[in-house]
Design a protein around this ligand. Sequence first.
Ligand code: HEC
Length: 462
Amino acid sequence: MSKHKYIYIIVLIIVTLTIGCGHVVDSEALPEHPTFATDIAPILQKNCLPCHRENGAAPFSLATYAAVKKRAKTIAKVTANRYMPPWPADPTYTHFVGERVLTDQQIALIQKWYEQGAVEGSSGYSYEVPNKYRSSIGKPDLVIPFSPIDLKEGDADRFFISKTHVHLEKGKYISALEFVPSKFGFVHHVNGHFLLYADGTKNKPQRSSAMIEVNEGIDADVFKSLELEGNTGAMPFRIHSAFNYLPGVEGVQYPPGIGGFEVTKDFAAVMNDVHYGPSDANYTDKSVLNVFFSDRKPDRPTAELMLGTNGVSKIVPKLLIPANQKTKHVSRYTIAEDISVLTINPHLHQLGKSFWAFAIKPNGDTIPLIRIMRWDFNWQYFYTFKQMLRIPAGSEIVAIAEFDNTSSNPNNPNNPPVAVGERWDYGGASMRASDEMFQFIVTYTKYKKGDENISLEPKRLD
Ligand code: HEC
């Protein structure tokens, strides 16, 4: 055996030992007879109930002991293999608001509890859903409904534009918006705008709401039929990308004054590119937009920096993934001013394999942003840092994505695989789940001294 091979094996052993160490469970420390009341309820309350509750993102509730007991076996299974709770970001690299990752100790505890018969234990313990609203933030000040959409079993991708007119007593500051689909797994993507009618006192009734099915490209006629003009006939002022939605995304509310915007007393919420992925059931979607108001003028506007597809930086090499190949692509962008990062969103489609982003400061230091070892198309969170994160002027933001277009990728939509990449037939890159995208979106505000001490942990509204 060559010297190199020896070194390789020694390194392998050290790496195995080191990785192994992180997974050692101290079984001595586990209670002899774990109960739901004392041991399991607190774990599930924090890590499962945000979704597994009435009106949550999950298909069933785990909000009572009886419901948990009924599924104890599956719960033991999906926690042990880390399928649940879904949290693609690597918690050894960076941390975010709402991080939901079980420790090995917690997983072992659930196993032991299940094996001993999933006992409830003493009564009178507390086990509550985070809040009773159809929201991850709290009680919305306003809920804007969108027209229902009928989906049919066997549907391919479908695209809509929807508009809802809103009348308030007076103009307001909006601090947070949250798009909520009525059932998880159907809506793939939404990009929404607000149109502000400064002249909105005598709005035509037919302006109130509309839902139009479109091809992926949106042309002028479609906009015309939505009757978006103000009473003067001119197009009202538009706030672009006022809200966005991707699978798994929850609403975020930044500290007072940061982000948000002002609306006039008459405005329309327009959902652009409401995109439903292929449907495997008949279903009527009744999505809503939760609106949260604030008394504080939004004096620190947020902006979005988008690397990759449709963005400010090119993808190297070009995003084309030949059949039966694995590829790796990089996108880099140097920022000109100091920024305070709030939220980041990595976005790939089904062939995505891994994602990694960091910033390199002018002095060569690295600021870790996010690492996702196992890309999961179903969970494309917007990750909010626990504290505002300063990236100094002159830093280069680097995003790296790997794709797997072989048939051993279980998420490959094509069997046998075919070449997949960005497609540009629609005046922008195609967002169809069967085409690929590579985007890294950074939501930030201009840096101000002291920002690094500002917490982004949400303040519960109720
Ligand atoms: C971010 C939302 C979310 C969180 C948090 C979450 N789940 Fe889920 N869970 C889902 C969704 C959506 C599904 C259905 C789709 C799927 O199976 O992937 C699901 C499915 C399941 C299933 C059924 C799996 C199967 O194979 O039938 C179980 C059991 C489950 N979750 C348990 C848990 C437990 C236990 C926790 C906490 C430790 C948890 N979930 C946290 C959203 C969530």
